[in-house]
Design a protein around this ligand. Structure first.
Ligand code: URA
Length: 221
């Protein structure tokens, strides 16, 4: 087990090296160890995450954890809370969330049938994109979060979630609609467009709908 932890940590460190980031290694070590060894329930994970030392927390109103069916076969992974999510402490309740609900409804799903969470549990100031440092710090908790729900499929909503989970720099054009896997999870992973992007580029909604249908069909197979 320790050997496996060490291997995971060194993979993360290699990833830092690839990206030129070196100064967060010790924070990440702590996150890796916290997330891997001591947490057995979503409630415990939430408590541990509340204590993570990260500056964006100071600007946020609420921590936004996860919501929905804790035994769902489908987990939706977003980027980070926006203003409305920050106010309510619930993921995807703003404009993007309303579109997400419509997409789910279009394939016969709703929030009682899926679990929804984000890469970051706090809103980055001004809705900026999460930094590599923030993503790297939270990735072990995201992996733990997904493992505790234990879905069959993870749908990554948008580039930030997709690249963070798959640890890739590939573009959404390359990733979208293609099944992927990572060593740390048993679930299959499908990157699709973020609802906020679909609000800006409605012509892409069809692709997102196809992706959700693909997920739905996989569940029924
Ligand atoms: N965008 C996200 O990525 N997550 C949310 O919870 C809301 C908007």
């Amino acid at each position: 087990m320790q050997e496996k932890n060490d291997k995971d940590i060194s993979q993360v460190l290699e990833w830092f090296a690839d990206t030129g980031v070196h100064d967060i290694a010790s924070d990440c070590n702590v996150a890796q160890k916290n997330a891997k060894t001591e947490i057995n329930t979503l409630a415990e994970l939430k408590e541990v995450m509340k204590k993570v030392d990260i500056s964006i927390k100071a600007c946020a109103l609420n921590m936004v954890f996860g919501v929905g069916n804790e035994h769902a076969d489908i987990l939706l992974l977003g980027e980070a809370p926006g203003a409305e999510e920050d106010r309510q402490g619930i993921p995807f309740v703003g404009q993007s969330g309303q579109l997400l609900d419509k997409i789910l409804a279009a394939v016969g799903l709703d929030r009682t049938k899926v679990y929804i969470t984000n890469i970051l549990p706090w809103r980055p100031p001004g809705n900026r994109t999460p930094t590599l440092q923030e993503i790297t710090l939270f990735r072990p908790y995201v992996i733990k979060h997904i493992s505790l729900v234990n879905p069959k499929v993870v749908v990554c909503l948008g580039g930030t979630a997709s690249k963070a989970l798959l640890r890739t720099t590939q573009s959404m054009t390359q990733l979208r609609g293609k099944w992927a896997r990572i060593e740390e999870l048993s679930a299959s992973i499908l990157p699709t467009f973020h609802p906020a992007y679909l609000l800006r580029s409605p012509s892409q909604k069809r692709e997102a709908w196809i992706d959700f249908l693909t997920v739905k069909n996989r569940m029924q197979a």
